[in-house]
Design a binder for this molecule. Structure first.
Ligand code: AMP
Length: 411
């Protein structure tokens, strides 16, 4: 039997999330997280599906290399080690692939160089992704490693949607354009939405609303992205947990000239101190709803601003698509917060959008319709699964090849 497992690695600046999947049925063999890498209080939490147990390690983990070695040790303890002949590949989430990477790509030195060249447009994310890749390659130099890019799904956007209205010479020199993010989620959810409707992806136009701590919307025509709300960076678009989303670019000049703030201070304000958190001091939608129920005006205003922006994007993407077959809510807020879904489509009956209050209130794990029977546009809750999408894209690329020095001989 050929190797059937894929390890998915998502390396952040101070964390590594991982999942080991069996691609024969998409099941999780192990999942885990290393956080606060480089601090005294690092923590590794590892869960093995077969044993059903969760183990935790607390104590300093110096860097990504030490983190990945600790993960490899944990997997080894469960008989799922990185040297297993059943491991087909490692799939890495890479945030920024620019316009160069339109597809998942097997990593070699040239690919690493190109991801490195993109650091100026993704200074927070690509360096961490690169560290994860380099460490994993050092641990298993013989194993195929694949980069799956957050931006790739959006590379189909037409120039009219992807270009900003600035001098193209300036834009091209600094590679300024709309790239979009959360691409693996938008790809997965738009496909799953088509499946829910019993149609092929090519047959349907879908608006995907990925509402997590980060949030983005996309317009997907026949399986291809034609517009998305995040831009050069993940700052643009919807109101998010701590990011402002859209604002007049002149706010930045104003804060610098009149407020005397440095570029770094403004960057931190807009990325980490804005959005729901900046508006009301909380970025968790559960807490915001609780405060609203207690009559908190500040939380109510934050919620209203969040919903107003969301509605504007739904309307805009109805216009971009012309015909909309479905609106899909996904990620932490989209999958769990019925009041957000209800408020987002309230008053949009003219666009064919409505939710059935009973269906909307149901809590369930799988994809489901929440629009009234016979509605012109389906409104759906479609749980995202970025790790499965990364694993599937990785496996599709390398699955049939032997995954190790063991020459593919296994079991
Ligand atoms: P994500 O980034 O997709 O993991 O989403 C995280 C966010 O989802 C949290 O910050 C919460 O705002 C939101 N969230 C998670 N669970 C719930 C829930 N049961 N109800 C409302 N919001 C939720």
């Amino acid at each position: 039997m050929s190797p059937s497992r894929v390890l998915v690695l998502n390396s952040g600046s101070s964390s590594v999330k991982y999942q080991l999947l069996d691609m024969r049925d998409g099941s999780r063999l192990a999942t885990g997280l290393v956080e606060r890498i480089g601090e005294q209080t690092s923590r590794l939490k590892h869960t093995c599906a077969a044993g059903g147990g969760t183990r935790e390690q607390n104590g300093p983990i110096a860097d990504h290399e030490a983190a990945l070695k600790a993960v490899a040790d944990e997997l080894e303890r469960d008989g799922l080690g990185l040297d297993s002949p059943e491991l087909a590949a490692i799939g890495h989430r890479v945030v920024h692939g620019g316009m160069f990477f339109t597809e998942p790509t097997v990593i070699d030195d040239a690919v690493l160089t190109e991801i490195e060249r993109l650091i100026p447009v993704a200074p927070l994310h690509n360096p961490a992704n690169l560290t994860g890749i380099r460490t994993a390659r050092a641990l298993r130099p013989d194993l195929p490693q694949v980069a799956v890019f957050d931006t790739a799904f959006h590379t189909t956007m037409p120039e009219a949607a992807a270009r900003y209205a600035i001098d193209p010479k300036v834009a091209d020199r600094y590679r300024i354009r709309r790239y979009g993010f959360h691409g693996t989620s938008h790809a997965y959810v738009s496909r799953e939405t088509a499946r829910l409707l019993g149609k092929a992806p090519e047959e349907v136009n879908v608006i995907v609303l990925h509402l997590g701590n980060g949030a983005s919307a996309s317009a997907v025509r026949g399986g291809r992205c034609v517009d998305t709300s995040m831009g050069l960076t993940p700052l643009e678009g919807l109101v998010m947990g701590t990011r402002s989303g859209d604002l007049d670019p002149a706010v930045i000049f104003h804060l610098a000239r009149v407020g005397g703030m440095s570029m770094d201070e403004i960057d931190t304000l807009l990325n980490k101190g804005s959005g729901l958190f900046g508006l009301c001091g909380d970025n968790d939608m559960r807490e915001i709803r609780r405060r609203i129920d207690e009559g908190d005006e500040q939380a109510k205003l934050a919620f209203d601003i969040y919903i107003h922006r969301l509605k504007k994007y739904i309307g805009a993407y109805c216009a971009v698509l012309g015909r909309v077959d479905a609106v899909a809510f996904t990620a932490g807020v989209g999958e769990n917060a019925a009041p957000v879904r209800e408020a987002a489509v309230a008053g949009l009956e003219g666009l064919g959008l409505a939710v059935d209050p009973e269906a909307n209130a149901v809590r369930a794990d799988g994809p489901r319709l929440i629009s009234p029977t016979g509605a012109r546009v389906a409104v759906a809750v479609v749980p995202t699964d970025e790790e499965l999408e990364i694993a599937e894209q990785t496996y599709a690329l390398v699955g049939s090849k032997p995954g190790s020095n063991h020459g593919g001989a296994d079991e």
